[in-house]
Ligand binder design. Structure first.
Ligand code: SAH
Length: 260
């Protein structure tokens, strides 16, 4: 109970944001921002987990930039929903941020105006497109469908489009998933956001999600080829927007300022 009341107090929308966490799945996505902001070298977030944090001050705000970390067995970044959920829990407990910003790359959709480098803020619902559980009630649990908080002042200042973000465990997409994206008007397909959103909602921590397009889901080129070709250039666009956001927060804004 004590933890709950503490958290409710620190997340008041009218308090200046002096502790923020930025959560990235891949080191390659977040390192350029960490360097630009002059954050410290990475340290362990929690004993035994590969998640890492880089910390530093930007204006009046303490910034914690977190990666899921490198899998010790497979030697690649721990992308995906399960790792994202664990890291979100651990960073919430260890860092007590007033807001979490989930930043990263995504698949986009030409049909809805997406192009390589287009950067979105989550709006509409956070969805999960590959949890198929055809049992009463559990079908809805699978899809998740959690409304994203709108940050209209950020949308306006950074001039970013918004839309539903759908997460799943695969980089490619099945025909059924493609129909789901059309039906829901999904603008960004990733592998983390919906898991982070659920944990953040449970813990009453505000969440903003910013995703930049590396590949187009409704284009014949395989996602992995476009992803690898565009990762660096798209990350630069994402980093420009994230730097603008973090420096603005560092000037001394409240959660409410980001919304109106
Ligand atoms: N093959 C890549 C792995 C990246 S997978 C490599 O070896 O470097 C994709 C990562 O970027 C995930 O963290 C996911 O959130 C995001 N992503 C980018 N495009 C995606 C897409 N089309 N579908 C799902 N996730 C995507």
């Amino acid at each position: 109970m004590l933890m709950y009341s503490e958290r409710m107090k620190t997340t008041s929308p009218h308090v200046k944001l002096d502790r923020i966490a930025l959560l990235y799945a891949m080191k390659a996505e977040g390192t350029p921002l960490a360097e630009r902001l002059g954050l410290d070298a990475e340290t362990e977030l929690h004993r035994g987990l590969p998640a890492r944090v880089r910390q530093g001050r930007v204006g009046r705000t303490e910034v914690f930039l977190v990666f899921n970390g490198c899998d010790p067995v497979h030697d690649v970044d721990r992308i995906g929903l399960e790792h994202a959920a664990v890291t979100t829990w651990v960073l919430a407990e260890a860092l007590k941020p007033q807001i979490i910003v989930n930043a990263g790359t995504c698949g986009g959709f030409q049909a809805r105006g997406g192009a390589i480098g287009t950067t979105y803020l989550a709006g509409g619902d956070y969805l999960i497109h590959d949890h198929r559980i055809p049992l009463p009630g559990f079908d809805a649990l699978g899809i998740s469908r959690l409304p994203a908080t709108r940050f209209r002042a950020v949308e306006a200042r950074l001039n970013l489009p918004i839309g539903p973000v759908s997460s799943g465990s695969s980089l490619d997409a099945t025909e059924a998933e493609r129909s789901f994206f059309e039906k829901e008007g999904v603008v960004a397909k990733d592998m983390e956001a919906a898991a982070i959103a659920r944990v953040a909602a449970d813990l009453h921590i505000p969440l903003m999600t910013m995703k930049a397009v590396t590949d187009l889901v409704d284009h014949p080129e395989p996602a992995e080829d476009a992803f690898l070709r565009n990762l660096q250039s798209t990350t630069m666009k994402l980093t420009d927007h994230m730097e603008q956001l973090v420096r603005w927060i560092g000037e001394g804004v409240t959660e409410a300022d980001l919304k109106n």
